[in-house]
Design a protein around this ligand. Structure first.
Ligand code: PLP
Length: 381
């Protein structure tokens, strides 16, 4: 039976759009060289400044997917031949290394077993062994494995050195109450279709004063210096993703109305509830230290996650599979843009699909465990 409300999307990008966002996106386009756009753009910048909790407005919005801002980071803050350490513990860590090599940086890869989080001591040791290192490239939330890398601890190492800490926070900024300035991060990348709950096509690039001093002149489209000048004035060098900027103003308002502290607490609770539900069903959580943006699951012996995914899809629930070497080994359930009461939907689909494949457990066990986790006062019976 086809679900008459259509598909629910629980993938780590794109994520479902809230009504408030869809309402903004349904409006007629406005021209970007107008006082109306300028006002909206500057207001969006003010909201973003509140989100990252900084006085300086060292940040840019680009009309690109998240990878565009990753490329911009490599091009704008490093020169050819610069040595960088790339933390590679998943597909997006690999992307940092590939980007670095593409633009002729000297990339030292710090390999982390997929699913594990990087050990800050290993980073510190590698920096000591490479005194000419100019940057560390890392993910906050490595969405391909679901692992969280403790970027705050990494910043303690790089803070008072010449090393720039470049953080891909595409599934972290907007979920975690990140304080890039206070923590001592140098570059932070965000993306629209993940934690910001928008359609794809917009990326965000925040940078520290330390990073600002290192700005290069290596990119035309992603020219941070030029863009910053324009964007501070409420303009952009090229045609901005007008509708997405207006929608970003709305998503920032949604996040700030709830308050980032509460946003993080909500995702933390959902993540804990999902973990307990998954384990009670006899499945395993893949990452050692899970990001609260998504739940990454290893199915029981003999159950193909792709089968499970297809079965869930028939029930109207889309979750993501594994990427790269995790293809066919795991599946991933995003929390981004979801409320606490959304997750029982995905758990229900998971339970029914597990039953159809012959996995044994008491029906409703996962949902029940989740509800107990998110409402600690509730009891069985
Ligand atoms: C999705 C994602 C990216 C890539 O973003 P695109 O918008 O697909 O270019 C990079 N890093 C992380 C951690 C992601 O989750």
């Amino acid at each position: 039976m086809k679900p008459f409300k259509g598909e629910r999307i629980f993938t780590p990008g794109p994520v479902e759009l809230q009504d408030r966002i869809r309402e903004v996106l349904s409006r007629q386009i406005i021209h970007h060289r107008t006082p109306e756009f300028k006002e909206a753009f500057l207001e969006t910048r003010e909201l973003f400044k509140q989100l990252v909790d900084c006085k300086e407005d060292n940040f840019i919005f680009f009309a690109s997917s998240g990878t565009g801002a990753m490329e911009a980071s490599v091009l704008n803050f490093f020169e050819e031949g610069d040595k960088v350490i790339a933390v590679v513990g998943g597909k997006f860590g690999e992307r940092w290394a590939e980007l670095g090599r593409k633009y002729k940086l000297q990339v030292v890869e710090l390999e982390v077993e997929w699913g594990k989080s990087v050990d800050p001591d290993a980073v510190e040791k590698l920096i000591k062994e490479n005194p000419d290192c100019k940057g560390v490239l890392v993910q906050a939330s490595e969405s391909s494995t679901g692992a969280y890398h403790n970027v705050k601890a990494l910043a303690e190492i790089t803070k008072d050195t010449g090393v720039l800490l470049v953080v891909d926070a595409i599934t972290a900024l907007g979920v975690y109450n990140m304080k890039p300035h206070q923590w001592g991060l140098d570059v932070v990348v965000g993306g629209s279709q993940k934690a910001f709950m928008l359609p794809p096509g917009l990326s965000m690039l925040w940078f520290s004063e330390k990073a600002k001093e290192r700005l290069t002149d290596r990119s035309y489209y992603f020219d941070v210096k030029e863009e910053l000048k324009k964007q501070k004035e409420g303009q952009t060098a090229f045609t901005p993703a007008i509708s997405l900027i207006l929608a970003l103003r709305e998503s920032l308002s949604i996040l700030l109305e709830e308050g980032m502290e509460k946003v993080e607490r909500r995702y933390r609770l959902m993540s804990e509830g999902m973990k307990r539900a998954i384990e009670v069903l006899g499945l395993k959580i893949f990452p050692e230290n899970p990001s609260i943006s998504l739940t990454t699951v290893i199915p029981p012996e003999g159950i193909d996650p792709e089968n499970l995914r297809r079965s869930m899809l028939k029930l109207g629930v889309r979750v993501a599979g594994g990427q790269g070497k995790l293809k066919g080994k795991i599946f991933r359930i995003s929390h981004m843009g979801m409320d606490i009461m959304d997750m029982p939907v995905v758990l229900s689909a998971l339970e029914l699909s597990l039953k159809s494949i012959g996995h044994t457990f008491g029906l409703g066990a996962g949902v029940g465990e989740y509800l107990k986790a998110v409402h600690p006062g509730v009891e069985d019976g």
